[in-house]
Design a protein around this ligand. Structure first.
Ligand code: BG6
Ligand code: MG
Length: 220
């Protein structure tokens, strides 16, 4: 019996990767670093400061912590400009129906995201009311693949880890789910997310019943 479903935000419920990219790209350009879409793949699921470190590494730049804090803030200001222009239309197809169906079944729904902007994004998408718990980047001290974010989500819903399903688009997120002792559903490319129990391309047309049945077949 599935007690709870835990969702990553960026890349699972909404496609914010392109906004993160545009904001990082602007910063990288200013620093004279050649930052590409390919590089951007490395930043999925990675915290803001770790992302900056990866970019500085690409450019062979070493900066003081103070300077790095300022650059991370600068990037976030640009990112926020994009986020503030988002609306409900940017929720990925099928997500809202899937979350609503879970709630009808009495399955707990939580967010487990590394983003400190998660509450703002949920507000912009007008789906905050569909979550029983929101664990975001301000509530965790250890980044994925550490299981902290998902264990906190399960705890908030009083659900046992083994009865939880995590939905993730990043390799580190799938690992975090496994490290938490939860089932992992990858959202995206089966090859990249090969460590997941099951991989889906998205939520369009997907019902919880069908998903639960599929995951049962893949885990038993
Ligand atoms: C993750 C994203 O969800 O959140 C990363 O996949 C991002 O790309 C991270 O860096 C932190 O987000 P924020 O909004 O706190 O800078
Ligand atoms: Mg993600």
């Amino acid at each position: 019996k599935i007690a709870a479903c835990l969702f990553d935000l960026d890349g699972v419920l909404v496609d914010t990767a392109r906004y993160h990219f545009l904001a990082w790209k602007k910063l990288a350009d200013e620093l004279g670093i050649d930052f590409t879409l390919e590089h951007n793949e490395l930043l999925k699921g990675v915290s803001r400061m770790d992302s900056l470190d990866i970019i500085l590494n690409i450019g062979n730049l070493q900066l003081s912590q103070e300077k790095k804090n300022a650059l991370a803030d600068q990037k976030n200001q640009v990112y926020l400009e994009y986020i503030l222009q988002m609306n409900e239309e940017e929720i990925l197809p099928g997500v809202k129906d899937f979350l609503t169906a879970l709630r009808k079944l009495g399955v707990g729904v939580a967010l487990g995201s590394a983003s400190k902007n998660a509450p703002l994004i949920l507000e912009r998408l007008k789906i905050g009311n569909l979550f029983d718990a929101v664990i975001d980047g301000t509530k965790v001290s250890k980044a994925k693949p550490d299981p902290e974010v998902f264990l906190k989500g399960a705890e908030a819903l009083a659900a046992k880890p083994a009865a939880c399903i995590v939905f993730e688009d990043a390799i580190a997120g799938i690992e975090a789910a496994r490290n938490a002792g939860m089932m992992a559903v990858g959202v995206g490319d089966p090859q990249t997310l090969s460590r997941a129990n099951l991989v889906i391309s998205g939520f369009r047309g997907l019902t919880p019943e069908h998903l639960f049945q599929q995951i049962n077949e893949h885990t038993t």
